[in-house]
Design a binder for this molecule. Structure first.
Ligand code: GRF
Length: 205
């Protein structure tokens, strides 16, 4: 069974969607640890409710980002984590962390990348005036929201959308595609070729 570690900073609805898919039997994986860089992240409460081990690491306690990351890496390796899932983790991982879990870190971003990377992608989409937006699950690399794309889902952008209404429409899709992408990984069906991800059919080696 695939051993997952989830990194969070906030409310944790994506974490919840992963927990729910595991509990309903759709996703054969085990969340070994949830790490937060914020003590008050509601995601920690969600994990605790499901008897999942949690760890809060205060970045302020470390002088160098690598030392903070080392603490995360140590905890993840101790739990034999095979896939790191960033679910609303509001920090950019340094190349040092990325190397420690090469091609084993996923992130979800609420836009159709490469459009609107970085902060407030839903606001960026509205301000730009696109008619379609969505979300992207990708592997994390050294850049910001630049790694190989695993799954994307699109939603319409409506004339009277606010940042909240568009975010809510996108979030619904996030909760579908994140567990799906993890499932592909768990089933060993993902092949990375350069910046492209090829998804293998079930049962094909
Ligand atoms: C999501 O929109 C995700 O795409 C982005 O941060 C948000 C996290 O939401 N990276 P939640 O904490 O999973 O509810």
């Amino acid at each position: 069974m695939l051993k997952i570690g989830v990194l969070v900073s906030g409310r944790g609805t994506n974490l919840q969607s992963i927990i729910d898919s595991i509990e309903s039997g759709g996703l054969k994986a085990e969340i070994r640890l949830v790490i937060s860089d914020r003590k008050d992240a509601y995601a920690l409460k969600r994990a605790e409710k499901h008897q999942i081990e949690t760890l809060y690491i205060n970045p302020g306690d470390y002088e160098k980002v690598e030392d903070f990351e080392d603490e995360m890496i140590k905890a993840l390796k101790e739990k034999e984590v095979e896939l790191v899932v960033m679910a609303g983790f509001m920090r950019i991982l340094s190349p040092y962390f990325i190397k420690s879990f090469k091609n084993r870190i996923m992130n979800i971003h609420p836009s159709l990348l490469p459009s609107f990377p970085g902060l407030h992608p839903q606001r960026q989409a509205l301000e730009y005036g696109v008619k379609v937006s969505g979300c992207t699950v990708h592997f994390a690399d050294e850049g910001m929201d630049t790694g190989p794309i695993i799954i994307q889902a699109a939603v319409p952008v409506l004339d009277d959308d606010s940042e909240e209404s568009l975010s809510a429409r996108i979030l619904e899709k996030e909760h579908q595609i994140y567990p799906e992408a993890i499932k592909l990984f768990a089933e060993n069906r993902i092949e990375i070729q350069g910046r492209k991800v090829k998804v293998k059919e079930r049962g094909v080696k």
